[in-house]
Design a protein around this ligand. Structure first.
Ligand SMILES: [Zn+2]
Length: 240
């Protein structure tokens, strides 16, 4: 599904495109970049979805991973085989992927990560730049990254599981409430700091999350909403 010129949604259980997380494809004029991949069983579907956009899956040069959970990164080894691409991830995430996801139940195939990141980098692909933002808070071990690009005069932020669009009325609550209840106060403080610095640095027009709906206008409002909800949660946990 074309989101805007050169940016596509090619995977996501919420859209029946694949079984895992939302998977995004960026066309950097000849070079294709993927953001996340989903689990092992999703990779062939994603390959098919890339073809149906009249693009060649073999042109995928780098697969960027947002965090090491298997519904985002489990298909990394399979993707490398099919697309013959490089992997890019935070160094903590890289360790988990290279170690074969030891703490997960389904233990997908390990994969080598060629591009190890820590946040603050800017990677150029033709005239497109991918800014890497260090945003700890969702993954217990650390290793959460968001990716920011500028395309068609708009800033586009890929948030993984750090920020979501609120699905008002559909899910009976904001998606972050599904997991922040399981985190310690200290972890939530770290997460809140990440959200605040994201809003300051990125202020995205378009927010493309790892699950659920996409915010195609005023994406920064969704960041604002996440901050409000997480701050409220922290306040309430303080008073109990
Ligand atoms: Zn996820």
């Amino acid at each position: 599904m074309r989101i805007l010129d050169g940016v596509y949604l090619v995977g996501g259980a919420g859209y029946n495109l694949s079984g895992g997380c939302n998977v995004y494809l960026i066309d950097a004029r000849g070079e294709l970049l993927l953001i996340d991949i989903g689990s092992e069983g999703d990779v062939e579907l994603i390959e098919e979805n890339i073809r149906s956009e009249d693009l060649n899956p073999k042109d995928v040069s780098v697969l960027f991973i947002t965090h090491p959970h298997t519904d985002h990164a489990g298909g990394a080894a399979r993707a490398k085989k099919i697309f013959e691409c490089k992997l890019a991830a935070h160094k903590i995430t890289a360790e988990i992927i290279e170690g074969g996801f030891k703490k997960s139940q389904n233990e997908p195939q390990p994969a080598q990560v060629e591009i190890k990141l820590h946040g603050g980098e800017s990677l150029a692909f033709g005239d497109l730049e991918v800014q890497v933002l260090d945003t700890p808070g969702h993954t217990r071990e650390g290793g959460d990254l968001c990716y920011l690009i500028e395309a068609n005069g708009k800033s586009i932020l890929f948030t993984g599981d750090i920020a979501f669009k609120c699905e008002r009325g559909l899910m009976g609550g904001h998606p972050v409430t599904a997991w922040i209840g399981k985190r310690s106060r200290k972890e939530i403080e770290t997460y809140l700091n990440s959200l605040r610095s994201l809003l300051e640095i990125a202020k995205p027009d378009i927010l493309l999350p790892g699950h659920g709906l996409l915010a195609l206008r005023e994406g920064w409002r969704e960041l604002d909403e996440c901050i409000r909800i997480v701050a409220k949660h922290l306040e309430e946990s303080r008073s109990t």
